[in-house]
Design a protein around this ligand. Structure first.
Ligand code: ZN
Length: 79
């Protein structure tokens, strides 16, 4: 589970981008932390680069393939 220290630098969002499941190797739409919806493993992926491939980690066969979901969006604009 992702953690943080200073809550004033993190904002809750209901943006639809957090709800979409993305296949391994999909081009990253937003730089940030992504979580495998199946097992909870988290990674960092950069905008316009592919999310880790299916070979990134192994699930039990019954769990199915990796499915990445955006967990934390990295805001590149300064405040
Ligand atoms: Zn997984």
């Amino acid at each position: 589970m992702a953690t943080f220290k200073d809550i004033e630098h993190v904002t809750r969002s209901a943006a639809p981008a957090y709800d979409l499941e993305r296949k391994p190797g999909t081009i990253t739409p937003f730089s940030g932390v992504y979580r495998c919806f199946v097992c909870g493993k988290e990674i960092v992926s950069e905008y316009n680069k592919p999310l880790p491939p299916q070979s990134h980690h192994v699930h039990q066969p019954s769990a199915g393939p990796i499915r990445w979901k955006l967990l934390v969006f990295a805001q590149h604009k300064g405040s």
